[in-house]
Design a protein around this ligand. Sequence first.
Ligand SMILES: Nc1ncnc2c1ncn2[C@@H]1O[C@H](COP(=O)(O)OP(=O)(O)OP(=O)(O)O)[C@@H](O)[C@H]1O
Ligand SMILES: [Mg+2]
Length: 667
Amino acid sequence: MAKKPVKDPADPGPDTTLYLIYAGFAIFGTLWLAIQLGSLLTSPRQKAPINPIAIGLDLARGNLKWPIASTVIVLLVIAASIAWVVFKRKKAAKATIGRLAVDDKADYMGSGGAIKSLTEAGVREKAERLGMRLGRDDMPGVPIGKSVADNVMLYGSYEDLQVDIWGPRQGKTTSRVIPAILSAIGPAMVTSNKRDVVDATRAVRQERGSETWIFDPQSVADEPPDWYWDPLAWVNPHRPGFDGRAASLAGHFADGSDGPSGGGDSDSYFTQEAEELLTCLFLAAAVSRRPITQVWEWVTNPLDTEPIEILRNTDRYDVSSEFRDSYHFVASGLAQQYNIDPRTLGGIFGTAKKMIRCLKLSSVRHWVQSRARYDESDVEKDLARMIAEGRVNPDSDKEVKAARDKLKWWIGSQKPDGRKQFDELEFIEGNGTLYSLSLEGRGSAGPLVSAFIEAVIDVAVHKASRSPRGRLPIPLLAVLDEAANVVRWKDLPKHYSHFGSRGIVVMTVLQSWAQGARCWGPDGMEALWAAANIKVLGSGVDDVQFLQQRAEAIGEYESISQSVSESKGGKSYSRSLGSSKTFNVNSLATLPTGRAIVFSSATPAVLIKTVPWWEGEYSTAVLQSLEKHEPGTKAKTEMIDLVNERLSMTKKEPAPGAGTVKEVPSL
Ligand SMILES: Nc1ncnc2c1ncn2[C@@H]1O[C@H](COP(=O)(O)OP(=O)(O)OP(=O)(O)O)[C@@H](O)[C@H]1O
Ligand SMILES: [Mg+2]
């Protein structure tokens, strides 16, 4: 229920005496002017005195006649006044269309020159400073919304990291995520637990020549696995830093919702040991080019010491001699774990198994590994090829045996299966679009989704460090929608601050502060919030403590307060200059849908109107994309549809007998 308006007792109301004085002046002024002008226009001319009292006396005595022209002038003035009032009212009514009560607060918030860094001119200037050459049609930054005070579009620059906190169903996807993806000038990736963003943007990005990849191990968007991403290919045992990457991969499984969070203590001995075990097993699988599910096999059988063998004999797997020592240390650590007492061993392996249990799901498997394995027949084929190339002497049994034995080490490794394998660098350089989808809860592929995001960002950081100014030439946009549910990447807050300087624009979208604190811990959430240059608070948030801080950050405005005291002698009014909070917790909690507040470094908070995709320039393209991909609107275009369409375009003679009705026997 809306609040009942309260009348301010200190408000003296309109000053009627003053209004009457104004009205009197206006009427007498008009009459005076009318008689002066009318007298000049009549024929014969008459001379009206200047003094209004003399005019009145002359008119009464009949010395002066009221000319018709004066009546016309008075009527014209009345008509013009009525027209002006109508025009003003219409203009005022027009200005209030779509205007909300909260918009009045925009007058006390950031506007004009104070928020120049967020305007198109500001972000273009920044892009130039960063050495980016933007085309006239290129989006100058990531769109945020329209400022209420100035009605201009605001953008985040290509080095601003963003965090959005909007309540559920408040327009995060429609007003922030979709416009951001559509305005990306380079590679873009987005995480989600819904298909909405995929349906709305995939065709638009494809039309712009961007290759789209939909990583959908939990069938959120019903996408078939016609390509795969091998996390172990990212670990890459031949590139420096392999142990760090393997540890990060294990970390994603440890942090994931399917990991120990279901009641476990993340710092417990077993959790740490299990994470360490997974790190070593991922390295062993990566060295021997096995699929990631091999790790599941090893974890379910603590008696199988094959991974130690692999890590001790990396020379068999073409690992460069400079890395062999490192693998030797890894093998020692792993051997120590295998030699621990059976009860502890069971605990460690059991915890590790729980962490990676999503790998055993049939739906997940095909997304993260090749379907084909190197086998005996491949050994013989490769041997024959080596002989044909003259690399092995067929007459030397010893040479043939040695070559065969070497090739046999690869049995069980992955080989191409005809599907495309995702390559992070190719994706970045080809300005691709990656949708990484997963659902929370048991069997969640969340760890893989967050590892995937880290893999792409890691390769982007690596590429940036080899690029001029240490930045990607074309920024990579990562929109982490439903971040706390989908991307359980514990180290995200730690890395957040340096992404901006590398040309990696990350936008993290959350439903509440608490959601972020649950995912990254209270300190992690604080760090993430502090590292973001642009923070957007949307409607539907009701976390009192957080809103209190935001109300403080928005600040106060100066206001004149009046007070009235009533006594027998009458009322006495007094005025004083004071300050009032622009927003209090209640007004932030009840922020209407369609409004948000932007906090940006070194600028005052700005009230914005959100701009959903249907109000943007790409609305038609999004509608077409939805029509093509949204389930229930139109089935996906199949090859047969295209064939039928072609056939229907070729005019044919009707078949003999066509159009005649045949009787169908009843069943
Ligand atoms: N500015 C707006 N005006 C009118 N309707 C809107 C506006 N923004 C969003 N909506 C509607 O609100 C609904 C929710 O939008 P959207 O999916 O973008 O919200 P969300 O915050 O991403 O939701 P969720 O928390 O479920 O992810 C949609 O039906 C959308 O059409
Ligand atoms: Mg959403």
